[in-house]
Write a protein that binds this ligand. Structure first.
Ligand code: AMP
Ligand code: MG
Length: 412
């Protein structure tokens, strides 16, 4: 290992150190279903009703009793109609059938529903042209969900697979965890907010924009404290303000060892720093620790590093804090390197890559352009991380590498 990388902690170790002291928030709020998208269930959800609520027809056709079907080819008269929302309520004489539509409650005594396509209509009635099995084409009450059955666990993010289910159970309000509040600011004398002209040597503030976007996608409440100059006094004020307002404080820049890098010193003065150097590329300077009221993450200044460390380390941390259960680390797949991939041993690389499947369905991956931590456009061409272990050296075309397809945070 190069001397310059010894003493750096691995991303896996960093993740453990971050997760260990965290406990999820537990404040609850009750929300109307339509306002609960992206929110996290505060407790298990129990179904108040059975679904289906009653035996009903799966087809358009005829409700029949098997005892009426003893003589084949005998026309059966149609004694009435059952429609969805309009049950058949009359008498059902022997030797007759009831016309029934999909979703209609099956009349009491029904043994089966015969689909329309398996009948012939004659003047005297209908003739059934296929065998009939007891129970066919009847959707039974409680077949999907029974009353009192748990349908969702605590710690589930509500979305398209769960909210319509709750609607189908008539649940109009749901208890969710409150959103976590995250205060963000960028540090650097060179930074200018988007929309203002640049003076010589200045650059636009990419990080705050990127971090805010990802936080919003995750459903966090964002407190944006803007750009803070490289001035210890102003930085202290920003940290104190952020700590007062938020559950988590995220700054970018100033965690390195340069002359204007005050972030780490300030964090050490105001709180406790768990670690601040990672064997990770991009993202070597990354500080994690505790202020008096909040957790903090000091992200690197380079935009690619800020986004990659947010994705790999801050994302799982926020997931835990916001009460999301079973959030997995990224899906790891194996792919064949389609090109040479440069890699220096010493740090774990999270290169931006583009993967696709070849004619035989095997995954291939190529690096997505320049891998410099200042080259943000590499994200535009990428759909995955190429994850190269710490000791791994250059990768030759044809060798197998691990990839991690971007999840919803980066996949737009
Ligand atoms: P630092 O970690 O403060 O030394 O910054 C490392 C590099 O990232 C420098 O080139 C900075 O100009 C650049 N940088 C820092 N913060 C930002 C930001 N918010 N947006 C874009 N570039 C930044
Ligand atoms: Mg700086």
């Amino acid at each position: 290992m190069e001397p310059f990388t010894s003493g750096l902690i691995s991303p896996e170790e960093a993740l453990q150190l971050i997760q260990r002291p965290l406990s999820p928030i537990h404040d609850k709020v009750s929300l109307a279903l339509k306002d609960a998208t992206g929110r996290i269930t505060a407790g298990p959800v129990i179904s108040p009703i059975a679904v289906p609520g009653f035996d009903n027809s799966a087809m358009d056709g005829y409700a029949v009793r098997l005892s009426d079907l003893v003589l084949p080819e005998t026309p059966l008269s149609v004694a009435g109609k059952a429609l969805a929302g309009k049950p058949f309520t009359g008498d059902w004489p022997q030797g007759s059938v009831i016309r029934i539509m999909t979703g209609a409650p099956v009349p009491p005594g029904t043994d089966a529903v015969v689909m329309q396509e398996q009948t012939e209509t004659r003047e005297e009635g209908i003739i059934i042209t296929a065998d009939v099995a007891a129970g066919q084409n009847i959707r039974r009450a409680g077949e999907d969900i029974q009353a009192g059955q748990p349908v969702l666990d605590a710690g589930i993010r509500l979305g398209v697979s769960s909210l319509p289910l709750l609607a189908s159970l008539g649940i109009a309000e749901i208890s969710v965890l409150r959103r976590i509040r995250v205060a963000i600011f960028s540090t650097g004398d060179e930074l200018v907010p988007v929309g203002e002209p640049l003076q010589e040597g200045q650059i636009y503030d990419t990080n705050r924009f990127a971090i805010r976007l990802m936080l919003e996608k995750m459903g966090c409440e964002v407190v944006d404290l803007g750009i803070i100059a490289d001035d210890p006094q102003l930085l202290r004020q920003a940290f104190e303000e952020a700590d007062r307002q938020a559950d988590v404080v995220i700054s970018t820049g100033g965690v390195s060892v340069g002359e204007a890098d005050y972030t780490r010193d300030m964090l050490e003065a105001l709180g406790s720093v768990t670690f601040w150097k990672l064997a990770m590329k991009p993202g070597k300077p990354f500080a994690f620790g505790r202020l008096s009221e909040s957790w903090f993450c000091g992200l690197p200044g380079n935009p690619v590093s800020a986004v990659v460390t947010f994705y790999q380390l801050v994302q799982p941390m926020l997931n835990t804090l916001m009460g999301l259960k079973n959030h997995e680390s990224g899906t790891s797949l194996q792919a064949t390197a389609g090109r040479f991939i440069r890699k220096t041993p010493g740090r774990m690389d999270f290169q931006r890559g583009h993967y696709s499947s070849d004619a035989e369905g095997r995954l291939q991956v190529v690096p997505a352009g320049h891998q410099g931590s200042h080259v943000f456009s590499s994200f535009m061409k990428a759909n995955c991380f190429i994850v190269l272990e710490r000791e791994c050296a250059d990768v030759q075309p044809g060798e197998t590498v691990s990839i991690e397809p971007f999840n919803y945070l980066l996949d737009d």
